[in-house]
Design a protein. Structure first.
Length: 149
């Protein structure tokens, strides 16, 4: 089974918040360059951290939609990949060892519900393969959100 099918199977019997926690832990343990994995959901004009897995918590539990790579992905409703976070002034630093980041919106139609945020300790870690896989994960989580609300 591929990773997306395995994840779909693993979260099948869980409610939405359990599914998010399972998903972030599954992603972190399954892919070596996913060093910190979080899911933020949009509440008004803020992204609110709902589930995460990584070596330590972030200080950015709530991110205004105007800030960071997270805010950018939500405003522009598209996946954002930053190969070198230290060279991007929009980046909100969480961990000193983070070198690259991908943020993938979770959508319902044209509405942003939230997003998957992954940090890597490796520069330029995220490729089109990650984008494709994580957009599949975001679709799965978006479907689950719609079903569970
Ligand atoms: N780096 C993010 C903030 C969240 S932490 O990575 C967990 C950003 O620039 O929006």
């Amino acid at each position: 089974m591929d990773l997306l099918s395995t994840l779909r199977h693993e979260i099948a019997g869980l409610d939405f918040s359990q599914a998010l926690q399972k998903a972030v832990s599954f992603l972190r343990k399954s892919v070596a360059h996913y060093n910190w994995v979080g899911v933020y959901m949009l509440e008004g004009d803020e992204l609110v951290l709902q589930a995460w897995d990584g070596p330590e918590p972030t200080q950015h539990g709530r991110i205004p939609i105007g800030q960071g790579i997270c805010g950018l992905a939500a405003r522009e409703k598209r996946t954002v990949i930053v190969g070198d976070v230290n060279a991007d002034p929009r980046y909100l630093a969480c961990f000193p060892y983070t070198r690259s980041e991908i943020v993938v919106p979770i959508m319902r139609g044209t509405k942003v519900l939230g997003e998957i945020d992954i940090d890597s300790d490796t520069p330029y870690a995220f490729t089109e393969k990650d984008r494709e896989f994580l957009e599949g994960v975001a679709t799965l989580l978006g479907e689950r959100y719609v079903r569970d609300q």
